[in-house]
Design a protein around this ligand. Structure first.
Ligand code: KIV
Length: 265
């Protein structure tokens, strides 16, 4: 089976073929999304909120990311696996960024890393690419900076912010990133960015003009029920279905229906 690579991403943009990306944090989810045919699996630091119960992505560590990415790599056959660099694994300097991203590639078998930031991270992206580490950029809403912005609001509303985001996108491309995530920005701005870049843009809450889309798996199948941003479409209600199954199990154990002869030796 032919593995998806950074070159495939570029070819898809050139052919006008949409790119699909979903998150996974474990072996089974990776198997599901890989066998369904996504182009890339992002082991997002959303892991912190979705799988580990943290209040934000800020507490996530390299060790946690490595542990989960190893499981994801074991579950994929075709999709590219992208490792999300956690907070303070790259912001502290180029040497730290190379050592941590290198550790991710060497210890997990992932194919690329993703990091948040535009102009201010361009030098780091360039250094990683020069060291042989493919990088996906991430601009717009940057969840690791939640404490600076005081929330997860739409970015790129003012003229000043629009200009900055266009500069960020260009800086990430010029630094050598193979793709860039655009998070929670107006559709018309995402369109302008997408048309101005030769690398693919992968949108989340950035409208339909991006070259591809990424969603958090647990959001799109209805497993993460605490809140639902406007940009999430629920393709299933697995949380409700799982709760119904558990309630039925409890009822049947209590009333002696389970286990029946069929489930006994
Ligand atoms: O951590 C994550 O899941 C992400 C996506 C939302 C892009 O960064």
């Amino acid at each position: 089976m032919k593995r998806i690579t950074t070159a495939t991403f570029l070819e898809k943009k050139q052919r006008g073929e949409k790119i699909t990306v979903l998150t996974a944090y474990d072996y089974l989810t990776a198997k599901i999304v890989d066998s369904a045919g996504v182009d890339a699996i992002l082991v997002g630091d959303s892991l912190g909120m979705v799988a580990l119960g943290y209040p934000s992505t800020v507490p996530v560590t390299m060790d946690e990311m490595i542990h989960h990415t190893k499981a994801v790599v074991r579950g994929r056959e075709r999709a590219m696996v992208i490792f999300d660099m956690p907070f303070l694994s790259y912001q502290t300097g180029i040497r730290d960024a190379i050592l941590n991203a290198g550790r991710a590639l060497k210890e997990t078998g992932c194919d690329a890393v993703k990091l948040e930031g535009g102009v201010e991270q361009a030098e780091t992206i360039r250094a990683l690419v020069d060291a042989g580490i493919p990088v996906m950029g991430h601009i717009g809403l940057q969840p690791q900076s939640v404490n600076v912005y005081g929330g997860y609001k739409l970015r790129g509303k003012s003229e000043e912010e629009r200009k900055k985001l266009l500069e960020d996108a260009k800086a990430v491309e010029e630094a050598g990133a193979f793709a860039v995530v655009l998070e929670k920005i107006p559709s018309d701005l995402a369109k302008e960015i997408t048309e101005s870049l030769s690398i693919p843009t992968i949108g989340i809450g950035a409208g339909k003009f991006c070259d591809g889309q990424v969603l958090v798996f647990h959001d799109m199948v209805g497993l993460f029920e605490e809140f639902k941003p406007k940009f999430v479409k629920r393709y299933a209600e697995l949380g409700k279905e799982a709760r119904r199954a558990v309630e039925e199990f409890i009822k049947e154990v209590k009333n002696g229906e389970f286990p029946s002869d069929e489930h006994s030796y």
